[in-house]
Ligand binder design. Structure first.
Ligand code: FDA
Length: 401
């Protein structure tokens, strides 16, 4: 029988968190094996940010993350910051730029970041097996773990699970991390698609389907108390529902069966503005609305008003103006669902953080077993926060191995 290969650490999952953690651990002098079942390396990094990878956000803080345990991410984020990652990117001479609200992107290609992470692994002498399937992980009789893989048995003092979430199954996402967590007695906060377009019942959506392609800045909110979310971002109408940054952000907070509230004219007091216009103008209501909103939106909103939309403003009652303004600025609608993992950028939920150390990402149940990145119940907003969590959690873990 072939003898088992032996390593200090096996990292399962060569995505953002796993590659980064493996490189740091290797450079600390540990013998690291990095295993991934996918044919291609780090596909999610490659396709992220439209191929330019929004690799961090300058404004990253715990408030940008959802978790059943919101304080969990605090320590790792504070100990490895966007500045630390930028320093690494600069050491590798990768050109980058800030796009919007602190979001940093590669100037050229996300391939640059993948190459950087690979060089860091090489500098740490990391062994990489890919594609390679892990069939089983168990505790060794004396100390550490034994793994059964396509390339034979492996022994290791520690195992780091960095298998990510369920989004985009066609590029390697799996529930392996959740299954492994449960196998070792961990609770898993029910995973759900997040940063995902919202869909509506086809009949209810029919009046808005013609708006597909229209984009405008809105305020969107949902929930209440500590579970509430509110964003000022761009909204995109689609054939099946709503998308765009505003809706991706709010989808992470949305609970099935509950409404979202939209203000389609943020920063305006439409009711007062229409009343004031009525005092000085005989313009038709529909035309007046089109001076304050995108024309297609004004048209869609006027359609159900019938003749009222064609009336000169002075002939429209104040209460009708107020009702029209409210329908635009307090638009309440209940999504039927989401576009699911096929379109979700991330998975919310995951390995329950109450059973992990926030300093080392190590299991409190099984010494030597760590969970990092998206597999953990820490989900960032849109805008580079999820990669920053991958780097920060990977770093906290690597320092403790
Ligand atoms: P990640 O998913 O990167 O890696 C997990 C790895 O584990 C994969 O390589 C997978 O093959 C492997 N694996 C899974 N199961 C396995 C098994 N059973 N055995 C072995 N290996 C296994 N975030 C951001 O901050 N900025 C952005 O611009 C974007 N853009 C973006 C676009 C799109 C289209 C998506 C889908 C996602 C984003 N994200 C993002 C989110 C970001 O990609 C994500 O949060 C991180 O990649 C998570 O890093 P992880 O290493 O945890 O998982």
């Amino acid at each position: 029988m072939q003898a088992a290969s032996s390593f200090d650490v096996v990292v399962i999952g060569a995505g953002a968190a796993g590659l980064f953690c493996a490189g740091v651990a290797g450079q600390r002098g540990l013998r690291v094996l990095l295993v991934d079942h996918a044919e291609k390396l780090a596909e999610k990094i490659r396709i992220s940010g439209g191929g330019r990878c929004n690799f961090t956000n300058l404004e990253t803080g715990p408030a940008n993350f959802l978790s059943g345990n919101p304080a969990f991410c605090r320590s790792a984020l504070a100990r490895y910051t966007p500045r630390d990652f930028i320093a690494l990117v600069q050491r590798h001479r990768i050109p980058w730029h800030e796009k919007h609200k602190g979001q940093l992107f590669c100037d050229e290609s996300s391939e640059d970041l993948i190459a950087m992470l690979l060089r860091e692994c090489e500098a740490g002498g990391v062994t990489r097996w890919q594609p390679c399937r892990v069939a089983a992980v168990r505790r060794a009789a004396v100390r550490g773990f034994e793994l059964d893989t396509d390339r034979g048995s492996v022994r290791a003092r520690r195992v780091v699970v960095a298998t990510g979430g369920l989004s985009i199954p066609k590029i390697g996402a799996s529930d392996f991390g959740y299954r492994l967590a449960r196998q070792f007695g961990h609770r898993v906060v029910e995973p759900r698609p997040a940063l995902v377009p919202l869909t509506f019942d086809a009949t209810a959506w029919a009046p808005f389907a013609a708006l597909a392609g229209l984009s405008l800045e809105v305020t969107v909110s949902t929930g209440s108390g500590s579970a509430a979310g509110r964003f000022l971002e761009d909204l995109l109408f689609t054939h099946r529902g709503l998308s765009g940054p505003a809706v991706l952000q709010i989808s992470s907070y949305w609970q099935p069966g509950t409404p979202i509230a939209l203000d389609l004219a943020p920063g305006q007091d439409l009711a007062s503005a229409l009343r004031e216009a009525k005092a000085v103008s005989r313009r038709q209501l529909g035309n007046e609305l089109a001076t304050r909103l995108p024309a297609r939106l004004a048209e869609a909103w006027c359609a159900p008003l019938g003749h009222l939309a064609a009336r000169p403003l002075p002939e429209v009652k104040d209460k009708d103006l107020a009702a029209l303004a409210a329908s635009l600025q307090h638009w309440m609608l209940t999504p039927a669902g989401t576009e699911g993992y096929r379109k979700a950028e991330v998975t919310a939920g995951g390995v329950d953080t109450r059973e992990l150390s926030s300093q080392t990402m190590e299991s409190r149940r099984v010494p030597g077993l760590h969970f990092i990145g998206e597999v953990v119940d820490v989900t960032g907003w849109l805008g580079g926060y999820n990669f920053q969590w991958a780097w920060a959690s990977g770093h906290a873990c690597a320092e403790a191995l």
